[in-house]
Design a protein around this ligand. Sequence first.
Ligand SMILES: Cc1cc2nc3c(=O)[nH]c(=O)nc-3n(C[C@H](O)[C@H](O)[C@H](O)COP(=O)(O)OP(=O)(O)OC[C@H]3O[C@@H](n4cnc5c(N)ncnc54)[C@H](O)[C@@H]3O)c2cc1C
Ligand code: FES
Length: 289
Amino acid sequence: MTIADISQRKKFFAQNVYVPHVAVIEKIIDETPQVRTFHFNLKDEKLRQEFTFESGQFAQYSVFGVGEATFCISSSPTRRDHLEFAVNRVGKVTNALHRLGVGAEIGFRGPYGNSFPLDLLKGKNLVFVGGGIGLAPLRSLIWNVIDNRSQYENVDIIYGARTPGDLCFKYDLESWDKDSSVNMVTTIDRPFEGWTGKVGMVPNVLGEVAPSPQNSVAIVCGPPVMIRFTFPALAKLGFTPAQMITTLEKRMKCGIGKCGRCNIGPLFVCRDGPVFSYAEIQSFVSSEY
Ligand SMILES: Cc1cc2nc3c(=O)[nH]c(=O)nc-3n(C[C@H](O)[C@H](O)[C@H](O)COP(=O)(O)OP(=O)(O)OC[C@H]3O[C@@H](n4cnc5c(N)ncnc54)[C@H](O)[C@@H]3O)c2cc1C
Ligand code: FES
């Protein structure tokens, strides 16, 4: 290979948006039998220092030789020691990620997408409603809010899973439970031996907690069925569609609005989302939600 070839190659990689950065896994936490959290850092020191993102954004992560998949960045931009993402094992790439150990190298390109609208949330009562691994994008914002606590009013967190063993980020739940500036309610779907906490589906428990819609915004992330029942539960409490925010998950390929894979109505979830208000969602996909 000539020097001209090498310089051409370098130029190609520098300009190609699909070429991922190399990142190194630094820690792995087993959240549930199906979900693992990975702490990682970009390998290149300069990139690591320069890298910024906002709560709600996602990235494309790759296992070399296997493929690429989409995950939100689940850590908060207010905590810069490392980045985190959480992976529910469902298929090819997610299983390959679960097979990796500390020190393994992965591909990372991003951050992509819009983010939770902090300007809109500041000065408001915040009601976080999460289910299962849906807490991954929420926890980025929750820690962001806690780290800037004086900029927000009341914080309610209602989080649930099917069983105690399905609760993700238990260390966060404990921490928020101890935080006197946060009202933390954790629930499981059905009674479970040894569980002394709340029992009931998330939308029902939301109805019991009954946060006021006055000067409030609800941020909802979880399985589609939970979201489908949570929006009406919020509406019953008096929240308008513009006061309800969620993140949409559509299968993605490019992540940057080029391939058309993630379209929903006239929008691309990767480019125009993944964060939308329920009012926005209703305007383009009323039949799906
Ligand atoms: C913006 C965004 C953020 C996401 N954040 C997270 C996250 O933080 N943690 C997490 O675990 N997952 C997240 N996902 C979902 C994740 O991208 C998929 O689970 C992953 O791509 C599956 O890859 P795989 O190769 O293991 O599965 P495959 O082998 O490709 O497929 C396995 C099964 O999963 C289904 N599937 C794959 N992708 C999706 C999808 N996007 N929606 C619904 N079904 C799908 C397939 O249809 C198939 O049935 C996110 C998706 C999006 C779009
Ligand atoms: S993933 Fe390609 S356009 Fe959204």
